[in-house]
Write a protein that binds this ligand. Structure first.
Ligand SMILES: [Zn+2]
Length: 104
C-alpha cells in the first residue's frame, strides 16, 4: 500500500510505503527505489485513482462522448473503472511511469 498518511503508515501486516514528497516525479522515484525490479509496466494503469477498484479495457467507440475531443482523436487505449465508471487513458503521468521503468 502507498500512502501519505503518517498514522496509516504505522499499521502492520501489509507492506506499506509512506510517500514523502509532494512532487509526482519524486514520489515515483521513491516507489521505484523501494520496490526495485519487482515493479513492471504490467503493474501500472490497473486501478482507479478515485476509488482504487480494478480498471477494465473499454472499446474506443464507446467513450466518444465521454472524453475530450482531442483525447478521443489521439488516444487508442481506454479503460473504465468497474465501480465508479470513470474513464482513463494514457496520459502524461503514465508516460512518466514508463520512462522510469525503462531507465531502471
Ligand atoms: Zn473508480
Amino acid at each position: 500500500m502507498l500512502t501519505r498518511d503518517s498514522k496509516l503508515s504505522k499499521f502492520t501486516g501489509i507492506r506499506m510505503i509512506r510517500i514523502a514528497d509532494n512532487e509526482v516525479k519524486k514520489q515515483l522515484e521513491q516507489v521505484f527505489k523501494e520496490l526495485g525490479p519487482s515493479l513492471t509496466e504490467k503493474d501500472t494503469f490497473t486501478r482507479c485513482v478515485e476509488c482504487n477498484e480494478m480498471l477494465s479495457d473499454i472499446q474506443k467507440d464507446s467513450v466518444k462522448d465521454k472524453v475530450p475531443p482531442y483525447v478521443f482523436k489521439h488516444e487508442t487505449r481506454f479503460k473504465k473503472c468497474n465501480s465508479c465508471g470513470k474513464i482513463f487513458w494514457n496520459g502524461t503521468h503514465l508516460d512518466l511511469v514508463k520512462n522510469f521503468l525503462e531507465k531502471k
